[in-house]
Design a protein around this ligand. Structure first.
Ligand code: FE2
Length: 388
């Protein structure tokens, strides 16, 4: 056991979850049950193009709900996009939010919910528990297997002036219903499948070794690690592999439940800063940083990493605890090589000169608080430099 058992109180918060092929058809009934009259639908242009959103809209129409569609968001959603969405939400007199899309659409939807009911600037809500007024009903329909935002108490929005990602954490951000239909995962190409899968693995591993892990979160972390180890390669390799897509959707959900309650660690604290600066793929940045952070954390929680190895499917019988723990890092590196995610920060355009600033910003990220090994600015500089 890690430090989680030292906490006397274990809490676990999650939305209602509807999971399975065809689950999307229950969206309308779900929103209606929450008392909505007019729904603000947040999505992205790509999903609009391929007709998925139309299907969700039809399910809203079927139960007599009116709606307004807004899709003006980019990946790594920006504060000014959220402000635009909030204006339209208020103007169109909506009273509930449905997001159809990846983590970006879902996070933008949550941020719109915050501004529409709490007013002020997004910056006011950065950090933990800053939201004071109740949010409108939220139903999330994720299209990627990774972000876990559909079940989490997190919203990550880019502060365009400071060029950093703001992490907003509050139980108010947990959606009312998560509708997870693995069909939607077919819409993603292999690069996005790989990077969102890596993100889910990073959620699972970081939440498992987190200082805030509890028995209520550990089971979800370990199951997610196992599912990802068994299915991510196949899911990247073949768009129509039903079994792999379903397993990755379940893995993303399990990892989301774990990290929403156990929070994350240094890999995410560091990744957020890189993404904020370069607008990089969140999962790809994680794939570069996670193995280095695992090496750094090893002396804090070798026992836990040995368990991670086991969940990954590594044979650890007869091995020392330390050897078994080290195997998890090698295994993760091999997985990332197999699916072709980048291995160096320089590959995604990072320049060495910005590292001190990134380290400074990462120190302030809420995710660093639960990292199992303490990290000072110098440690983070070393980690960024190693990953360069
Ligand atoms: Fe993430």
């Amino acid at each position: 056991m890690g430090n989680g058992k030292l906490l006397e109180i274990s809490k676990f918060a999650a939305p209602e979850i509807i999971f399975g092929f065809g689950a999307t058809s229950q969206t309308g009934e779900g929103v209606l049950r929450l008392g909505a009259r007019k729904v603000f639908v947040v999505t992205d242009d790509e999903l609009l193009k391929i007709g998925w959103v139309e299907q969700v809209l039809k399910h809203l129409e079927d139960v007599g709900l009116d709606y307004e569609v807004w899709s003006n968001i980019t990946s790594n959603p920006k504060d000014y996009e959220v402000i635009e969405g909030t204006d339209l939400y208020v103007k169109s007199e909506c009273d509930a939010i449905v997001a159809v899309g990846g983590g970006s659409a879902i996070d933008a939807a949550k941020a719109i919910a915050v501004l529409a009911t709490n007013g002020g600037n997004l910056k006011d809500f950065e950090g933990v528990n800053k939201i004071t007024k109740p949010l409108p009903p939220m139903v999330m329909v994720p299209s990627t297997g990774g972000s876990g935002s559909e079940v989490s108490q997190f919203a990550i929005i880019v502060d365009s002036a400071r060029k950093i990602k703001m992490t907003i954490i509050s139980k108010s951000l947990i959606p009312d219903i998560a509708v997870i239909d693995p069909h939607l995962l077919y819409t993603k190409d292999s690069r996005l499948t790989a990077s969102t899968g890596v993100d889910a693995l990073c959620h699972a591993i970081e939440s498992y070794v987190s200082l805030a892990a509890t028995p209520l979160t550990e089971v979800h972390s370990l199951y997610a690690i196992q599912l990802i180890s068994d299915n991510l390669r196949e899911s990247v390799a073949c768009r129509s592999n039903l079994e792999a897509k379903k397993s990755m959707a379940m893995a993303s959900l399990q990892a989301g439940l774990a990290f929403s309650n156990a929070i994350l660690g240094a890999a995410h604290a560091m990744t957020h800063q890189v993404d904020g600066l370069l607008d990089s793929h969140h999962g790809e940045t994680n794939s570069i940083l996670l193995p280095h952070v695992m090496e750094y954390n090893l002396i804090a929680c070798a026992e836990r990493y040995a368990k991670v190895s086991e969940a990954l499917g590594v044979r650890i019988e007869g091995m020392s605890r330390w050897k078994a723990a080290e195997k998890s890092i090698r295994w993760v590196r091999r997985l990332f090589q197999d699916i072709g995610t980048p291995e160096k920060l320089s590959e995604i355009g990072l320049d060495e000169s910005v590292i001190p600033q990134l380290a400074e910003n990462a120190l302030k990220d809420s995710c660093l608080v639960t990292n199992p090994r303490d990290a000072e600015k110098e440690d983070l500089i070393k980690l960024y430099t190693k990953a360069l």
